[in-house]
Design a protein around this ligand. Structure first.
Ligand code: 13P
Length: 265
């Protein structure tokens, strides 16, 4: 049974006081949710302050990007050993980094390897653009991005990676992927992991959906068999929405374990 994850990607939003307030409200809202992993990913400059806010909370902290080197002459970059002192998770290869900042599959792979080496849990994003989707290339794109992101990782380390399928056409558009479609593509991501890293890793790896998640569409998506959680953008900026998504995720997790208990019993 894979432990579900709900993660908020705050992107380039919230100045310090707003970040602290949002973290405080999320933390206070999810105290009863012990069955899932809850992660918030503020901008770099808010990490230290939000770390203090979340000190006694079950909410984990993540960054939105990092360099692969531990230290050195890389002006403007932030390293895994810096992040390790602040947070437990790091988003890698978000489509906004790939699209706006030219991040390649090779850079994503280096970052994933470095994150694991420094004890950070990478949340690796894959997903096709609208044009690729229309051209029928979705499977090719997610196959390439997933295989290259995990290249060179021993299967046990690969199982520590969290994947997130985020179709670019669904991000910030209000057009969330249809639940069955999200499920099928996430199943295809899992097939790539099975081919590259073996069955045990494929079975253990959490794969999230991301793209215009909100509380009115999420219950149907998180109920899908392949979907192990969500990576949330816009709705994670509103504490009440993010808390509602976390509650829905926990409900789905509990319903799932109820099913397996029945099967086992
Ligand atoms: P939205 O939820 O705003 O569509 O963003 C999704 C996303 O990019 C999360 O990483």
């Amino acid at each position: 049974m894979r432990r579900f994850v709900i993660a908020g990607n705050w992107k380039m939003n919230k100045v310090l006081a707003q970040a602290n307030a949002l973290a405080q409200d999320v933390s206070a809202g999810v105290t009863a949710l012990g069955e899932i992993d809850i992660v918030v990913c503020p901008p770099f400059v808010a990490l230290a302050a939000v770390q203090a806010v979340l000190a006694d909370s079950a909410v984990a902290l993540g960054a939105q990007n990092m360099h692969w080197e531990a230290e050195g002459a890389y002006t403007g970059e932030v390293s895994p050993q810096m992040l390790r002192q602040l947070c437990s998770h790091v988003i890698i290869g978000h489509s906004e980094r790939r699209g706006h900042f030219g991040e390649t599959d090779e850079a994503v792979n280096r970052k994933v390897i470095a994150a694991i080496a420094h004890g950070l849990t990478p949340i690796v994003c894959v997903g096709e653009t609208d044009a690729e989707n229309r051209a029928g290339k979705t499977r090719d794109v997610i196959d390439r991005q997933t295989a290259r992101a995990l290249a060179g990782l021993p299967p046990q380390q690969a199982a520590a990676v969290i994947l997130a399928y985020e179709p670019v056409w669904a991000i910030g558009t209000g057009r969330s992927a249809a639940p069955a479609q999200a499920n099928a593509t996430i199943g295809a991501v899992r097939d790539v992991i099975r081919r590259e890293c073996g069955g045990a890793t494929a079975t253990a790896t959490r794969i999230l959906y991301g793209g215009s998640i909100n509380p009115s569409v999420w219950p149907e998506t998180i109920a899908q068999s392949e979907v192990d959680g969500g990576l949330v953008g816009g709705a994670s900026l509103v504490a009440a929405d993010f808390v509602a998504l976390a509650e829905q995720t926990q409900e789905a997790a509990t319903a799932d374990s109820g099913d397996s208990a029945q099967v086992a019993g």
